[in-house]
Write a protein that binds this ligand. Structure first.
Ligand SMILES: Cc1cc2nc3c(=O)[nH]c(=O)nc-3n(C[C@H](O)[C@H](O)[C@H](O)COP(=O)(O)O)c2cc1C
Length: 461
């Protein structure tokens, strides 16, 4: 199905990506939850819709629009002149989405860990957009040539030193004609756009702030400079998302407690692994390649013995992983999975205690069917490409997490992102002594126990 670009499809696009999905209420308190998850439900990721004149959107001026989840509405922040937009020379019906983060939304609670949580959340949001686009038959292409400075000026962000400022993360193109086009917007292209003065004013979040300066030092060090296009980024492929996923997007929830009993069949486990292959939506073309592999703590997968397993998502990496990991690992490749899923048994045994310890002692890591530690290839790619790759490793983890959430829901299970984990402990378990590979994010999947005291209300009237 290919949705025509109009108000209805744009509404649907945001409804399935950044919108509210429910309200919860308990003892007089009420809070909203969204389609995309967020550490601490703090939602530092903002969404901007950027468009020129499009016939299906008659009456909408070309401009930069902020998406406001509470009202499920777009707020015009600045206008873009038609002739400036046309200079981008984008295929007709292309729209742009930009995501910045407000670090303060996370740092007031999590301190310096906020940077990584914000980047995980960007990854989840990228995943959510990629899936929402695919459900409409649209294609997504990350625009990874532009530098952060130019993205900043496109969004009209000037108050960069303010502790509540938005910090630009990424820009991506949505092709609503269903084709994937070889389009690379450059920083030079963005410099030709001069959005009008900003309309409206963001709400103030807090009267007082704590300056977690290390966050800004990391941001500076990892800021994306303008780069040249990398052509041939899998532009020839256009994977489609399954209808089952499209049906359950708005039902995704995080498990707070898992039952410690329910298992998953090998077949369904294999289907979840299939969803996180780098060739699938939302691992969109435009990302250079995949850098993240998954260590599985298997507790209850029927037909798989309990133990430590590794899914290598790029089989060119298996040799290197083997070289750097504990030499006593078995590296037994499992044959009962499709040929394009490389799953290895590393060590047999009950991993529940280890998984729980590794995830800040959280029981979701040992009470589910399995828990995951996401291992990013670190030193070599950062040396090769530059420090700006660092946030993108978290984005990839977030996208994997988003697919694990949805894969769990399709199987009547539930997932939960685990941003609190002990990386050094995991490195020790894996025998990693240097920084070739680093533990970047954890996740758990299992049967959730619902909190019966919570009342669930619809997202919108
Ligand atoms: C990056 C990230 C890290 C998270 N870390 C944890 C965690 O360590 N422990 C936990 O119980 N939940 C964790 N969560 C789940 C969030 O608390 C949950 O997404 C949030 O409360 C919103 O609820 P929802 O996912 O049902 O919309 C994490 C979620 C994300 C996206």
């Amino acid at each position: 199905m290919l949705a025509t670009l109009n108000f209805h499809s744009i509404s649907h696009f945001f409804l399935n990506s950044l919108a509210l999905s429910a309200w919860k209420s308990l003892s007089g308190s009420i809070w909203s939850l969204r389609v995309n998850p967020s550490s601490g439900n703090l939602h530092p990721t903002e969404g901007y819709f950027i468009t020129g004149p499009v016939s299906g959107l008659d009456g909408i001026p070309g401009g930069v629009f902020h998406y406001t989840p509470k009202d499920h509405a777009l707020e015009l922040r600045s206008r873009i002149k038609n002739d400036e937009w046309n200079k981008l020379d984008l295929p007709y019906g292309t729209i742009l989405i930009a995501l910045p983060s407000i670090y303060w939304r996370e740092s007031w609670k999590y301190g310096e860990r906020a940077f990584r949580y914000c980047m995980h959340d960007v990854g989840h949001a990228l995943g959510a957009f990629g899936i929402a686009a695919s459900c409409l038959g649209w294609q997504v292409l990350l625009q990874d040539c532009v530098g952060n400075e130019d993205l900043l000026s496109l969004l009209g962000i000037t108050d960069v030193d303010d502790l509540e400022a938005e910090h630009p993360d990424c820009l991506f193109a949505i092709f609503t004609d269903g084709e994937i086009h070889d389009v690379s917007i450059s920083s030079e292209d963005l410099k030709r756009i001069h959005p009008s003065e900003l309309l409206g004013k963001p709400n103030t979040l807090s009267a007082d702030h704590v300056d977690w300066s290390i966050i800004y030092r990391v941001e500076d060090a990892a800021s994306k400079p303008p780069t040249n296009p990398v052509h041939g980024n899998n532009l020839d492929r256009s994977p489609k998302i399954s209808k089952d996923i499209c049906r359950i997007i708005r039902k995704r929830r995080s498990a707070q407690v898992m039952d410690g009993q329910m298992g998953i069949s090998l077949d369904n486990f294999s289907k979840i692994l299939d969803l996180i292959k780098p060739s699938q939506v939302p691992f969109c073309p435009g990302l250079r390649r995949s850098y993240v592999d998954l260590v599985f703590f298997i507790h209850r997968v029927q037909g798989l013995g309990n133990g430590l397993y590794l899914m290598v998502r790029d089989n060119g990496r298996a040799k290197k992983l083997q070289e750097f990991m504990n030499p006593e690992f078995e590296w037994k490749k499992l044959s009962n999975f499709p040929a394009d899923i490389d799953l290895y048994l590393l060590a047999q045994g009950d991993m529940r205690f280890v998984a729980q310890q590794a995830s800040c002692h959280q029981n979701i890591a040992d009470d589910g069917c399995f828990a995951v530690a996401m291992l990013a290839e670190f030193e070599e790619p950062l040396q090769e490409i530059g420090p700006w790759l660092y946030p993108r490793l978290y984005w990839e983890c977030g996208m994997i997490g988003q697919m694990l959430y949805l894969g769990a829901e399709v199987n009547l299970l539930r997932g939960c992102g685990i941003g609190c984990f002990f990386d050094d402990f995991v490195h020790e378990i894996l025998g990693l002594v240097d920084i070739e590979f680093q533990d970047f994010y954890h996740f758990a999947v299992g049967k959730a126990l619902e909190d019966k005291r919570l009342l669930t209300l619809p997202a919108y009237d």
